[in-house]
Ligand binder design. Structure first.
Ligand code: UD1
Ligand code: UDP
Length: 376
């Protein structure tokens, strides 16, 4: 008898980081045939992860367009994924998170009555405009999926409140911790994997590094400009250096806003996006992270790094509850004052800098693979 065919669909950097451990674990079960389809909603950022994880997708839709719009991207993803599903005829589709790829993948599977497993299910901010459009993307997947892998009890409870069948909800931990610990182990064994940061580490020796990332659509415009001005003020301190891998979104130009405000500052390294081992090393080097990213909110606590979250609300309250993350929004003065507190107040900083893993124990992927393989 042939093995059931599982089609894993993903397209962006965070999906690839959070799914490569699942793909490996599924292969390790020996009980299912694993097929992978990338939409390449992200091209360069996705390829960085595929290379590090040594993943060669079976299908690649290569759909990214510069400055892609949500509606056009949704339409192209839905059509492209539908065609792949018609050709592959999977027994189950696996999607991750809250991207447009995840939403379109679930919808295309539903249109073919193919069951869907949702990795990182149940995260809710309760505000449909923050994160935008991810809050709705994630909610659309929920009633379609018949397996919900919630990273935490909080996420599982959100699904229960939405009347999702409790028997289909499994608390597994977040697979990002699997990816992080695996990658940290590889860097420890072979430091050359992240040696591209040697120059910056040398240049900023003796300074405290603030690691910055920002890309959220709801922060475009005034929010991004305020973030840029705040980062410039932080970098004006002689005891601080800013390491800022800039997201390549050209619309409305994260790169040009940051270049214009921060480009010539001697204490700022504005750099291309880092591949995952280099980013994990950067997290290890920093004093604190300043970010609007979802994944960074999960990784920083695991490494004992305080993270200031440049958002009004978060669907990842566990880091806040644990005291390692704090919401600071996008007001320039507020960001500056929160960063200065963590730089100047040792007690405030060490209260936040406690290593623990509210998001997982590094064994989420194995649990998920078992549940998928046994169809529960
Ligand atoms: C997407 C996800 C977001 C996730 C983020 C992770 C949606 C709606 N958004 O947002 O949930 O947090 O990815 O990074 O699904 N680009 C490149 N090269 C790349 C990647 C992007 O040039 O490798 C540029 C392209 O011009 C692209 C633009 O960035 O059109 C925006 O990419 P898109 O995936 O639409 O949005 P993100 O803001 O990256
Ligand atoms: N990341 C990376 N290189 C970078 C910036 C981030 O590898 O230069 C990783 C980071 O460790 C995390 C993931 O990308 O695992 C987060 O992606 P992003 O912030 O783009 O998306 P989000 O998590 O907000 O959806």
């Amino acid at each position: 008898m042939s093995k059931p065919k599982m089609l894993v669909v993903f397209g962006t950097r965070p999906e690839a980081i959070k799914l490569f451990p699942v793909i490996r674990a599924l292969n390790d079960t020996g009980a299912v045939a694993v097929r992978t389809c990338v939409t390449a909603q992200h091209r360069g950022l996705l390829d960085q992860v595929l290379a590090i994880a040594d993943l060669r997708p079976d299908r690649d839709l290569d759909l990214m367009e510069p400055g892609q719009t949500l509606d056009r991207m949704t339409a192209r993803l839905l059509t492209g994924l539908g065609e792949v599903m018609d050709a592959e005829r999977p027994d189950r589709v696996i999607v991750q998170g809250d991207t447009t790829t995840a939403m379109a993948g679930a919808l295309a599977a539903y249109y073919r009555r193919v069951p869907v497993s949702h990795v990182e299910a149940g995260l809710r901010s309760g505000d449909v405009l923050h994160p935008w459009p991810e809050e709705i993307n994630r909610r659309i997947v929920a009633p379609i999926a018949d397996q919900h892998f919630a990273p935490t009890e909080t996420a599982a409870n959100a699904l229960r409140r939405e009347n999702i069948d409790p028997g289909t909800i499994h608390v597994t931990g977040n697979t990002v911790i699997d990816a992080l610990l695996w990658t940290a182990g590889r860097i420890a064994a072979d430091p050359s994997l992240a040696a591209g940061l040697d120059g910056i580490a040398g240049r900023f020796a003796g300074k405290r590094i603030v690691l910055v990332t920002t890309h959220r659509r709801e922060n475009f415009g005034a929010g991004m400009e305020a973030i840029a001005r705040a980062v410039a003020r932080v970098a004006d301190r002689s005891d601080v250096a800013v390491l800022f891998p800039v997201h390549p979104n050209p619309n409305p130009n994260v790169v040009s806003v940051m270049d214009a405000v921060l480009g010539d500052h001697p204490n700022i390294a504005l750099i291309e996006p880092l591949d995952y081992p280099h980013f994990v090393r950067a997290l290890g080097l920093c004093h604190l992270a300043l970010s609007d990213s979802g994944g960074v909110q999960e990784e920083a606590p695991a490494l004992g790094k305080p993270v200031l979250v440049m958002r009004e609300t978060t669907e990842r309250p566990e880091g806040i509850a644990a005291g390692t993350a704090r919401l600071v929004g996008t007001n320039e003065d507020r960001i500056v004052s929160e960063v200065f507190t963590l730089l100047d107040d040792k007690d405030a900083c060490s209260a936040m800098a406690r290593a623990h893993n509210p998001f997982g124990d590094g064994h989420a992927a194995g649990r998920i693979a078992k549940l998928v393989a046994h169809g529960r």
